[in-house]
Design a protein around this ligand. Structure first.
Ligand SMILES: [Zn+2]
Ligand SMILES: [Zn+2]
Length: 265
């Protein structure tokens, strides 16, 4: 299993000389297995994903806030890809999914209707996709705490497990469920949009803190955690300053271009 980060910024793209190191693109994470190329969320980072012709491409959405879908039609491979491209989300059924994507990328919001134009985009119910992947890939989901809803995902193969938990406003009641869900994860993505000091004024905004991530790492007994969904205004220097206090090398701030092979140990 191979993982690559294409966008780790929260809320809005931030191209700037102060965001070069961690990157300004919004959420997009690629996980490649023997048969599948999974894309978690299609924020603006999606434009740099090279869609593979020798895998089944599966785009999985956590939810439909702008920063998780906005990049979808800006990947040129989307227009030239030969096989079908599967789109799904465990948050909604295929009809709702299709309607949301079509509404967002047509009419007054986008110059062309991509759903009508690109007939190789196929909308599936999540459970259908999950069943299709068996036995090579087992994929589980968990409900997260976020305005409008959001779903967490765990992909498990013989190589190991990847867990994607954003967007989520962590509350202590989630601890047991999230620990169970994340157990055995080789790499977990945490929504660390805020610092603990910022969190007080941001209750109900749907995101967790960096410090909550550090505690969760210990509680869940994780192998490796990438803290992502960086606040738009957080500069490279600020992330480096906070990062200097992270003493465990297995906890780090996610950055665009991060690549890792997850292999059976
Ligand atoms: Zn987001
Ligand atoms: Zn969101």
């Amino acid at each position: 299993m191979f993982v690559e980060f294409h966008g780790v910024r929260g809320s809005i793209p931030m191209p700037s000389s102060s965001t070069i190191k961690y990157g300004g693109h919004t959420s997009c994470y690629e996980v490649v297995t023997n048969k599948y190329q999974f894309i978690f969320d299609a924020g603006t980072g999606f434009q740099s994903v090279k869609l593979k012709e020798d895998r089944t491409v599966v785009i999985i959405f956590t939810h439909f806030h702008h920063d998780h879908i906005q990049g979808l039609p800006f990947n040129f491979n989307l227009f030239t890809h030969k096989g079908e491209i599967i789109l799904c989300s465990s948050l909604v059924n295929k009809g709702v999914l299709k309607n949301m994507i079509q509404t967002y990328f047509s009419g007054g919001y986008f110059p062309v209707d991509i759903v009508t134009m690109l007939t190789h985009l196929k909308f599936y119910n999540f459970n259908t996709v999950r069943n299709m992947m068996q036995p090579e890939v087992d994929i589980q989901t968990i409900e997260l705490s976020h305005p409008g809803g959001s779903m967490g995902y765990k992909i498990q193969t013989d190589d190991g497990a990847f867990v994607y938990l954003q967007d989520n406003e962590y509350v202590p009641e989630q601890l047991e469920g999230l620990c169970d869900f994340s157990s055995g994860a080789n790499l977990l993505i945490w929504d660390g949009m805020f610092t603990e000091a910022e969190l007080g004024a941001k209750k109900g905004w749907g995101h967790s803190s960096i410090e909550q991530g550090l505690k969760f790492y210990e509680d869940a007994g994780l192998v490796q955690m990438a803290i992502c969904h960086h606040a738009p205004q957080r500069s490279d220097n600020q992330l480096d300053e906070i990062g200097a206090g992270l003493t465990n090398p297995n906890i780090f701030f996610g950055y665009e271009g991060f690549k890792q092979a997850i292999v059976k140990s």
